[in-house]
Design a protein around this ligand. Structure first.
Ligand SMILES: Cc1cc2nc3c(=O)[nH]c(=O)nc-3n(C[C@H](O)[C@H](O)[C@H](O)COP(=O)(O)OP(=O)(O)OC[C@H]3O[C@@H](n4cnc5c(N)ncnc54)[C@H](O)[C@@H]3O)c2cc1C
Length: 466
């Protein structure tokens, strides 16, 4: 296997540029860019010298981590393990979840388990295992702070991607790599309802496992959990189980938790072909499809977990010791930090009446927003084309549409729900999407080489593009 972590010597150096140039720099190293790194490694394995791609990634975490704050012990994946980093692109890859199980001596046990949905903890183990195998392509503990255009003869021919090393003393040095393409895979950022922000006793659910040890198991009396999605239900169940002397109040505007639709016909909305259908559809059809099928992912809960929470609540009614309460058709209006707790005001949307309650902690499981890449793109941002609603225009190959004269490619992994559909923020298509991005990058390089009169790409490249 050839891992191309470049010192510059093996990179192409276009005539007009004095620096060594990577084919691709990835911003962020979550599952999406990890899948891309593997696609690059597998491409390079079969490629001749001139056809290899030079790739490198920046990740601000010090080591690989996938939503660690929500790696609850019994939480399971919401997607089949077959939608791992590689299988949908290359079923024979040595980077599959099955290869991981095999290497870790659990393949037979897993088969007997008869599930498509492993524990999130186990899938995290898989992702870590895969990341460790390509770790030399990553600068860990580096936060990308700018992406600057490199101009030659009035064209943007490359970008300089600068990252700051995150050190305890805050004096980390800056590193800049030059690349023909940048792939932004910076994921999601936690969202609070308007007017509410995090504090000592007001958390977003992504912080849960990082901070839960701060709360004394014997002393805690009440928790408020806000939201009706999968994370909210998981947090409710977790707090109820861990803090056996405390009341857990779940607040949401729905009448009850709604189940996620993971039935087979609906699930096809996450197929690679569905991306084509969605991409080619008119704007109103895109909107319609997103509306019809948002209950495959948003504000919905796994059916088994709904049953489990109901079972617990009913059992408490029978025993007369009620700790699990649902405040449905309700909203949190305000939170006020107090010395050792938080005061939460909840208003019933049905009656209009409000109640105040004190709690040891309020956890907002109120979702995530995609991180807008434009601030990072700096001077390049005005050259990115927007649709009528001010969203980035993105080509089918995930390349942002730019003004003429921008030869450097800006690709997105995530943040393309408006163009490519519901799978954009999920794991479902990351294997295929990464292959498509790499194919586009390799194809553009071959095209540029051809137009410079260079030799056509070798057989290995053609095989990969097929
Ligand atoms: C609790 C939880 C459970 C989920 N479970 C599932 C599931 O079961 N199935 C499913 O399909 N989806 C699930 N999702 C959706 C989730 O978006 C995807 O699983 C996945 O995380 C997408 O990968 P990503 O690489 O695009 O983004 P992320 O995993 O968010 O990774 C982005 C990475 O970029 C890094 N980064 C950000 N900014 C910078 C910067 N400026 N410089 C350097 N690095 C940066 C971050 O540190 C992070 O590591 C879940 C989401 C959550 C929150």
């Amino acid at each position: 296997m050839s891992l191309l972590s470049f010192d510059g010597s093996s990179m192409g150096t276009p005539d007009e540029l004095s620096h060594p140039v990577h084919d691709l720099i990835g911003v962020g190293f979550g599952p999406s860019n990890l899948a891309l790194a593997i696609a690059a490694v597998e491409h390079n394995d079969g490629a001749g010298d001139g056809d290899r791609v030079a790739v490198r990634f920046f990740e601000r975490q010090q080591s690989f981590g996938w939503h660690r704050g929500m790696l609850l012990e019994d939480a399971t994946m919401q997607v089949s393990f077959l939608k791992d980093l590689v299988t949908m692109r290359n079923p024979t890859s040595g980077f599959s979840f099955l290869a991981y199980l095999h290497e870790n001596g659990r393949l037979v046990d897993f088969i007997n388990h008869k599930t498509l949905f492993p524990l999130r903890l186990e899938f995290h183990g898989y992702l870590e295992w895969a990341a460790a195998r390509v770790a030399d392509l990553v600068d860990w503990g580096h936060e990308v702070v700018s992406i600057e255009p490199v101009i030659s003869q009035d064209e943007v021919v490359a970008v300089d991607v600068t990252a700051r090393e995150l050190t305890a003393d805050g004096n980390g040095r800056e590193v800049t790599y030059r690349a023909r393409n940048v792939v932004i895979g910076t994921g999601l950022q936690p969202r609070f309802p308007e007017g509410i922000s995090g504090s000592a006793h007001v958390w977003h659910n992504h912080q849960l496992l990082h901070r839960v040890e701060e709360i004394d198991v014997d002393a805690a009396r009440r928790f408020v959990v806000v939201g009706a999605g999968q994370s909210a239900a998981e947090v409710t169940a977790f707090l109820h189980e861990r803090f056996t002397a405390a009341e857990v109040v779940s607040v949401f505007s729905r009448y009850g938790y709604s189940p996620s639709d993971d039935t087979p016909f609906a699930n096809r909305i996450f197929d690679p072909e569905a991306v084509d259908d969605f991409y080619d559809a008119p704007a109103e059809v895109k909107q319609m499809l997103t509306g019809y099928h948002s209950n495959t992912n948003y504000s919905v809960v796994d059916g088994d977990l709904i049953e489990e929470l109901y079972r617990r609540q009913y059992q408490e009614k029978v025993t007369g010791h009620e700790r699990l309460t649902m405040m449905n058709v309700s909203r949190v209006e305000a939170v006020r930090e107090q010395a050792d707790q938080v005061s939460v005001t909840v208003r019933s949307l049905a009656t209009g009446r409000s109640v105040d309650m004190d709690a040891d902690l309020a956890v907002f499981a109120t979702g995530y927003d995609h991180v807008d890449p434009r601030p990072l793109l700096g001077d390049l941002a005005p050259d990115c084309r927007l649709d009528a609603e001010g969203r980035l225009k993105v080509q089918r190959d995930y390349r942002v549409e730019t003004s003429p004269g921008i030869r450097a490619g800006i690709y997105l992994q995530g943040g393309t729900e408006h163009t490519h559909g519901l799978s954009s923020a999920l794991l479902s298509t990351i294997a295929v999407r990464s292959g498509e991005i790499l194919t586009s990058v390799v194809g553009a390089r071959a095209q540029a080489a051809r137009s410079r009169g260079a030799k056509a790409p070798a057989a290995a490249l053609r095989a990969f593009l097929r």
